[in-house]
Design a protein around this ligand. Structure first.
Ligand code: NAD
Length: 416
């Protein structure tokens, strides 16, 4: 990814905010309050490598807006992470939590690191050092991290342990934990499941028949692999999937369970049987009904958007399209873009359920989690869809308006 594309995560989010704020005539002072991060922290993370040498990485946490509740947002481990990206992703979290109307604000964190270069012991030490350095701004009622790219339930368990060793037992200090440590059933699958629930609601309103549709999925990690399973259950044919090193196509439909098993066993999609290898760019240009980005930000940009043939873009990833890329996609009015703030909000919604269960010390079963998730996804999608129809605007702008109005009201009520 080029620097230009990376910078766009924050710029893209800011442009989306400006468009919606202008449409509702949001006054300048409130615009300023809603565009300014509450707190940004950068920390140095020195650890001993396994060979005894010193390694130093940089970590970030941005707490963007907390007027509606504790800051909430994932922690990403990736070599492209920088303050601008974390800040951009933290703004999206604020809009997302407000849109689904859960009592959280928005935050995000990350470490600039290539996880493939670290052993599991080094990764644990790095995670613990990060929490040691930012732990004083975290907590169940301050800021609650969660998984994101290259972090998982194990990383959340280290975060929980490190935080609790300093502040006392506090399972609600982080979500996305393993079940054995206060995690919630259904959390791992929640972002993929939520994206498909949103799609199902839109499909119903648009009169689409999922059984006649095809999808190409970019990224086959947590979000992409679960989205693949659930969208297949609706009858949509998954014809392509991809990882960072390549994409795989089968016009008759990919065997998703085999792909999940292969990746689990080998750590990669390479060598998967029954598929034709194509390039990542070819996947984006496939003649499919739905394109489901579930990898990194800026994947669809001015350079490749003209090649996209899908008429539905289901943004399960955060900020997968740049502003320019999106403008090209929706030009002509034939493409329906279901925006990230809505389509990728299932994870944070079940994180909220996990936090509630931890605070109440009362566990829910998976049926209850999925049922409550369905209610929230359906309500949020209906609100966005109906506002967009009424005002003849994009789903993204409608989603931003709903979110901005909720945060603006909380800011006004709190006062300065
Ligand atoms: P993950 O690390 O589990 O998976 C990311 C996947 O993307 C990997 O399979 C990786 O190989 C692939 N990938 C990376 N670069 C690629 C490229 N250029 N082309 C194709 N594939 C590529 O991460 P995740 O948790 O699934 O997150 C994916 C996206 O969803 C991110 O944008 C993240 O911010 C967003 N998201 C995640 C959650 C969550 O609960 N995990 C919640 C909301 C949004």
């Amino acid at each position: 990814m080029s620097q230009d594309e990376r910078v766009s995560v924050f710029e893209t989010a800011a442009a989306q905010f400006d468009r919606a704020a202008e449409l509702i005539g949001l006054d300048d002072e409130t615009q300023l309050l809603l565009k300014t991060p509450f707190r940004e922290m950068k920390v140095e993370l020195p650890i001993r490598r396994d060979d005894g040498s010193l390694g130093v990485w940089q970590g970030y946490r941005v707490q963007f807006n907390g007027s509606r509740g504790p800051f909430k947002g994932g922690i990403r481990y990736h070599h492209d992470v920088d303050m601008d990206e974390v800040r951009g992703l933290s703004t999206l979290m604020a809009w997302k939590t407000a849109l689904v109307d859960i009592p959280f604000g928005g935050g995000k964190g990350g470490i600039t690191v290539n996880v493939k270069e670290l052993s599991v012991y080094e990764l644990e030490r790095l995670t613990r050092k990060f929490i040691a350095r930012i732990g004083h701004i975290l907590g169940p009622y301050r800021d609650v991290p969660a998984p994101d790219v290259n972090t998982n339930a194990q990383v959340m368990a280290w975060i929980f342990d490190e935080y609790s060793s300093r502040h006392g037992y506090a399972p609600a200090c982080v979500t996305g934990k393993p079940l054995a440590m206060g995690g919630s059933p259904g959390r791992e699958a929640a972002t993929g499941r939520g994206a498909v629930m949103v799609f199902e609601e839109v499909a119903k309103r648009e009169g689409w028949d999922p059984k006649t549709m095809t999808v190409a999925i970019q990224g086959f990690g947590n979000v992409g692999s679960f989205a693949a399973r659930f969208i297949m259950e609706l009858g949509v044919k998954v014809v392509a999937i991809s990882g960072s090193r390549g994409a795989y196509f089968n016009g008759d439909g990919i065997d998703i369970e085999a792909a999940v098993a292969h990746r689990k066993e080998t750590g990669t999609l390479e060598g998967l049987g029954g598929v034709e290898q194509i390039t990542n760019e070819e996947l984006l240009a496939l003649d499919v009904d739905i394109l489901l980005p579930a990898a990194l930000g800026g994947a669809i940009h001015a350079g490749n958007a003209p090649n996209v043939k899908a008429r539905v873009i289901l943004e399960a990833a955060n900020a997968p399209a740049t502003e320019e890329g999106e403008n090209i996609l929706v030009e002509g009015g034939n493409v329906m873009l279901i925006p990230d703030v809505l389509a990728s909000s299932g994870g944070v919604t079940v994180s909220y359920f996990e936090w509630v269960q931890n605070i109440q010390q009362f566990g829910w079963d998976e049926g209850r989690v999925n049922n409550e998730l369905g209610k929230i996804m359906s309500r949020a999608t209906s609100e966005v869809y109906e506002l967009a129809e009424e005002k003849q605007m994009s789903l993204r702008t409608a989603a931003f308006i709903l979110a901005i109005e909720r945060i603006a009201e909380a800011e006004r009520l709190r006062g300065l």
